[in-house]
Design a protein around this ligand. Structure first.
Ligand code: GLN
Length: 534
């Protein structure tokens, strides 16, 4: 029988609820429990797939091809489990399902209402996750802040889950304890209000996690305890840290794992390993600098590249380097300045992207890396545009392009290949999730993976046009990884270049702090080598 932990947010958004949830997942996993995590997002979109990266940050893709909230990336990195479609539920998804059932006549003539039909659908998603994952604990984070109109059906649904499983359900509320400017006095009133708001919806928090710039003293805990009817040992601080991976250790130090086990009547078995702590200690020792240039379209919002930057920094830490990411907006690169702007890079990465804006700058970045033999890592659009650049500058096809940017190019290097791809319907129609890739012998990529076949996650619509492969091979492009089932290019590299790797898939989604992805590891090693050669 699964146990349920629900995490709600109070006072303001952006206080690290996702990291707190992921950290709780980690500390429970370290106690030998199987953990599955979910995020409920109360917005109306079916998923964030059609949202602008500026609205939403990164779209995280699960192995089964769901386009989801970036918090799922934190969950996967912290608990080191592959999550699924069941981990990401939005109001849009719930309503789509309720309306589908209504059309099928599944409600037997009932008037379809928020309670019970919408709430039942939400509950069903929690119970189904428990059944499918077979986990000991399902941790569900409710997006948004208590008091939001949109989240009310979700809150009501979790209230009902508690009524149905009173001994197996735990509510954790995360709040902000702000400091008054000038006096730096910490104030608990917003937490008290938020607690009351939650109570008015029928939910009594079992644990309160406070975020604050100051130290949450026992005196403050006593005050919150008094007003919010939660024992002081159930009030913990989510500390500001230099390293997000240190948050689980801090929660553990405050006894949160112990308290949760006790509340949920779970055996208090000792911690299985101390690996996470050792990892954090090792990461903290990393001090030598490394300058990785990230050239992208959405650099104004760093969250748009969350998994990429985590994978880079984690690989850096692992190798004893504190990576400095130099954010380069590709729109600001041009023929006159790009050599100067990129000159101090130890390595260059061009991650994924969509649309025409800024693509010339992305190509200048791959051109620079190619010509100067600077380590280059292109992900998805970063691979497609690297090929367009080579077509233009080495094959002399000056009008080469991807049909994403010019439908009428005489040289469609990147094109829509799969006929079933429905361009008129944007949501959920990309090539998404896990696909296999066969790696060629005697290639750098195979050396990195040490495997013949790999499986990686995808999120793209356009593909390499195989017609041009022989021409590219003449100038030293190696098509090092192929999806044999559909005959699609998955990875490329350059002969006579120390490290020029690009892939159609998104390796950043499966890199973990305690299990660095082989391409990211190779990329960082190449960057270190580059720096040492300077
Ligand atoms: N825009 C490209 C495509 O749709 C690349 C997508 C990406 O980088 N994720 O194929």
């Amino acid at each position: 029988m699964a146990k349920y932990i629900f995490i709600t947010g109070g006072v303001v958004s952006g206080i690290g609820k996702g990291i707190s949830g992921a950290s709780i997942g980690r500390i429970l996993k370290d106690r030998g429990l199987n953990v599955f995590m979910q995020k409920f997002d109360p917005y109306i979109n079916i998923d964030p797939g059609t949202m602008s990266p500026y609205q939403h940050g990164e779209v995280f893709v699960t192995k089964d091809g769901a386009e989801t909230d970036l918090d799922l990336g934190h969950y996967e990195r912290f608990i080191d489990e592959e999550l699924s479609r069941k981990s990401s539920i939005t109001t849009g998804k719930i309503y789509a399902e309720v309306l589908r059932k209504e059309r099928l006549g599944a409600y037997n003539g009932a008037t379809v209402q928020v309670i019970p039909h919408v709430t039942d659908e939400i509950k069903q998603n929690v119970y189904a996750a428990a059944k499918e994952s077979n986990a000991d604990i399902i941790i569900t984070e409710i997006g948004g802040t208590i008091g939001d109109i949109e989240s009310l059906p979700f809150i009501e649904a979790i209230r009902q889950i508690h009524s149905e499983n009173p001994k197996d359900t735990l509510f954790i509320h995360t709040t902000l304890v702000p400091a008054i400017p000038g006096s730096n006095e910490l104030k608990t009133k917003p937490t008290q209000h938020s607690y009351k708001e939650l109570m008015s919806l029928g939910i009594k928090a079992d644990i309160i996690i406070c975020r604050s710039d100051g130290f949450i003293t026992d005196e403050i805990k006593n005050k919150i305890s008094l007003f919010c009817d939660v024992p002081t040992k159930a009030i913990v601080q989510s500390e500001n840290t230099d390293l997000i991976y240190a948050v689980p250790l801090s929660l553990k130090r405050q006894g949160l794992d112990e308290y949760i086990l006790q509340k949920l009547d779970l055996p208090n078995q000792p911690e299985t390993t101390g690996d996470w702590e050792k990892m954090v200690e090792h990461f903290r020792k990393a001090d030598k600098p490394l300058d990785i240039f990230l050239v992208g379209k959405y650099t104004a919002l760093h969250d748009a590249y969350l998994s990429v930057t985590n994978a880079i920094c984690d690989a850096g830490y692992q190798a004893g380097r504190k990576v400095n990411i130099d954010w380069i907006n590709s729109e600001n690169l041009n023929e006159d300045n790009y050599e100067h702007r990129l000159s101090s890079a130890d390595a260059i990465i061009v991650p994924g992207g969509f649309g025409t804006r800024g693509i010339e700058g992305l190509m200048l970045a791959s051109k620079y890396a190619r010509e100067r033999k600077v380590p280059y890592f292109g992900i998805c659009y970063g691979m497609q545009l690297a090929l367009v650049e080579i077509a233009r500058n080495l094959l002399g096809l000056t009008e080469a392009n991807t049909t994403e940017c010019n439908l009428y190019t005489p040289y469609p290097i990147i094109d829509i290949i799969e006929t079933e791809s429905k361009i008129d319907e944007l949501g959920g129609t990309l090539r998404l999730g896990n696909y296999a890739c066969k790696l060629k012998d005697d290639t750098l990529i195979k050396k990195l993976y040490q495997k013949d076949e790999i499986v990686e996650r995808h999120r793209h619509r356009y593909e390499v046009n195989n017609k041009f492969i022989p021409k590219f091979e003449e100038v030293g492009v190696v098509f090092s990884g192929i999806n044999e089932e559909q005959n699609l290019v998955e990875t490329i590299e350059l002969k006579d270049h120390p490290f020029f790797i690009a892939c159609q898939f998104h390796p950043e989604f499966i890199s973990r702090p305690n299990k660095i992805h082989p391409i990211f590891k190779g990329f960082i090693d190449a960057a270190i080598h580059m720096r040492e050669m300077k």
